[in-house]
Write a protein that binds this ligand. Structure first.
Ligand code: HEM
Length: 400
């Protein structure tokens, strides 16, 4: 799989061209990126030129070989750990190259970004990532389809939560240290994405979904997911009037850019500043989102597994809080409850809570109590799915 120019794809006709026809022309320029220069190809038609052929070759050796690699990599967990023996040479070479931080990674900024998880922003980051980005991911059409029909679709909460948790860990200073796991987890995730590109087109369901996309998880798709996490959260911080200092906000973006690089996104697509990030967000988010049956099911599965099936009152409360957080457009796409009375409650309570965190109104317990314990519990459970399962290459698509 190589980079394919938009023109060539359009000229070749077929499903990908049909998808291209529904998308606005790619205008975001590489001059707005960290790299400052690049080919400027539409990332809709760029996948992972390094990882894809390597993973393709591994799957060509058979499922037993993939399972063996999973077993070998199980014990490879921390950033400073040498790769275990026994991997095929071509795979080891790829991982050694992929695990290296880019030359432009700035340890000072990564450390500063790590302060985000601390008290001042920690609660809001967790709230916005779980009841915000986690739900929006269900309204991202291709993400919903690919998660649903790939192996992880059989345990949907685990799947969605892992994406959010990786995103949350990007703001964890410990994640980037020698004994942290972020670099390893990101490279493993990059390999899983390449595996999905290999497996998912073999699913009998894939030709009917994907909005005409033949090969899933393009660079554009990964950027969309990043924007649903990092950029959307930063927009929300600004909207809620708790935007961090410029220095901290820049460090937040830098940490994301380093992680996107580790996930295989080319540097020419990494926004150099927030203005460039917002411009890219505006370009990619709209066409990527919409209502799908799979996305609505994912949203419900997410609630089921966090609060348990049944519990209709709590579910209704969380659905309406989720609606307040993500807004009506996304909430309608995933068919979340609409409750005008609760909508008023959240519209009053959340800003007060935000201001009490800021210290501009006293921290009156009644205000904190308006955001019920259930929300704290939701966040806690969401982020701790028990013993975290290791990231492994899927051996198949979702079992029928
Ligand atoms: C797997 C994170 C973008 C679809 C994973 C895993 C993580 C992750 C941590 C490994 C979970 C595991 O198997 O243990 C991320 C992050 C992204 C991103 C941080 C971007 C910033 C995307 C996009 C799509 C996608 C854009 C699809 C459009 C999937 C699928 C799997 C996966 C289908 C495999 C599920 C399976 O095991 O069958 N991702 N992801 N991801 N991701 Fe992503």
């Amino acid at each position: 799989m190589t980079n394919v120019s938009r023109r060539r794809l359009l000229a070749s006709g077929g499903a990908a061209a049909a998808a291209g026809a529904t998308l606005p022309l790619w205008t975001w320029a590489p001059s707005a990126s960290d790299a400052g220069t690049g080919k400027g190809l539409d990332p809709e038609y760029v996948w992972d030129v390094l990882a894809d052929p390597v993973i393709e070759r591994l799957y060509g050796e058979g499922t037993d070989k993939v399972a063996e690699v999973n077993e070998i990599l199980r014990g490879w967990t921390t950033n400073d750990q040498p790769l275990p023996e026994g991997l095929p040479g071509y795979l080891a070479d790829f991982i050694e190259e992929a695990r290296a931080l880019p030359a432009w990674a700035d340890q000072g900024k990564l450390k500063l970004a790590g302060t985000f998880n601390e008290e001042r922003y920690g609660f809001f980051l967790a709230l916005l990532y779980t009841l915000g980005s986690g739900l929006i991911s269900c309204a991202i059409k291709r993400e919903a389809w690919s998660v649903y029909y790939s192996y992880g679709g059989s345990d949907m909460r685990d799947r969605i939560a892992k994406t959010t948790v990786l995103g949350y860990d990007v703001m964890d200073a410990q994640g980037w240290t020698a004994t942290g796991r972020l670099m390893v987890d990101s490279v493993k995730t990059r390999m899983v994405h390449a595996a999905v590109r290999h497996l998912l087109p073999q699913s009998p369901h894939w030709p009917h979904v994907g909005a005409g996309q033949e090969i899933p998880i393009s660079q554009a798709d990964i950027l969309v997911t990043f924007h649903s996490l990092g950029t959307w959260v930063m927009k929300k911080f600004t909207e809620w009037d708790i935007a961090p200092s410029k220095e901290l906000a820049d460090a937040f973006l830098h940490a994301w850019n380093v992680d996107l690089h580790l996930l295989g996104v080319q540097d020419e697509y990494l926004p150099k500043d927030w203005a460039a990030a917002y411009a890219q967000y505006d370009q990619v988010m709209g066409p990527a989102t919409g209502a799908t049956r799979e996305g609505a099911e994912l949203g419900q599965a997410l609630l089921d597994s966090v609060i348990g099936e049944g519990n209709p009152l709590l579910r209704h409360e969380l659905e309406s809080l989720g609606r307040y957080v993500i807004g009506d457009a996304y909430a309608d796409m995933i068919d979340f409850d609409k409750d005008p009375v609760l909508a008023q409650v959240w519209a009053g309570a959340v800003p007060l809570l935000v201001r009490s965190y800021q210290g501009t109104v006293p921290n009156i317990p009644i205000i904190s109590n308006l955001l019920p314990e259930a929300v704290h519990t939701f966040i806690k459970i969401y982020f701790s799915p028990g013993d975290p399962a290791p990231i492994t290459l899927p051996l198949s698509n979702r079992p029928e």
